[in-house]
Design a protein around this ligand. Structure first.
Ligand SMILES: [Zn+2]
Length: 153
């Protein structure tokens, strides 16, 4: 994800888009499988010789459940991406891809211990371990994504 420094407007510029799953560089990873694009809504602004970039990231991943050893789908969100890049002479563009990757991977959950909750569902992925089916409904994404939707206005 490239930002052209000269094109950042005085009041800050907003960038909205998606990076392909390959940008997470997880090919061959045994525990994490990317499922889709990494969506971003970022604002860049120049403040005293620095480009300040902040915003949100979101992507879907399949993670290996440590309890039942099955993959389950989850949405990973970074709600406060924040970086400051010093502008060096001659610098024209910033590549944020590596920093986006880093923040997404930091948000990948560390798995809790414990087998099941009182309803026999896996505490990690929600799968019913008795029947090995019927994962509990996952939380709706709309609510968390809402602030980003408002940004589009
Ligand atoms: Zn599980």
């Amino acid at each position: 994800m490239i930002i052209e420094i000269q094109k950042i407007s005085e009041n800050g510029s907003t960038y909205e888009g998606a990076l392909p799953p390959e940008s997470l560089d997880l090919e061959g990873d045994k525990f994490i499988r990317p499922k889709g694009d990494v969506r971003y809504v970022l604002t860049a602004e120049i403040v005293s010789e620095q480009v300040i970039v902040r915003g949100s990231l979101e992507t879907e991943l399949d993670l290996l459940c440590v309890v039942c050893a099955e993959f389950f789908s989850t949405t990973v969100r970074v709600s406060s991406f924040l970086r400051a890049y010093a502008i060096k002479p001659g610098m024209e563009r910033l590549d944020l891809t590596e920093d986006i990757r880093e923040d997404i991977l930091l948000e990948v959950p560390h798995y809790p211990r414990g087998e099941t909750d009182e309803t026999e569902h896996c505490r990690v992925c929600g799968r019913n371990l008795k029947t090995n089916t019927e994962a509990r409904s996952t939380e709706s994404t709309t609510e968390v994504w809402d602030p980003l939707n408002r940004l589009k206005l």
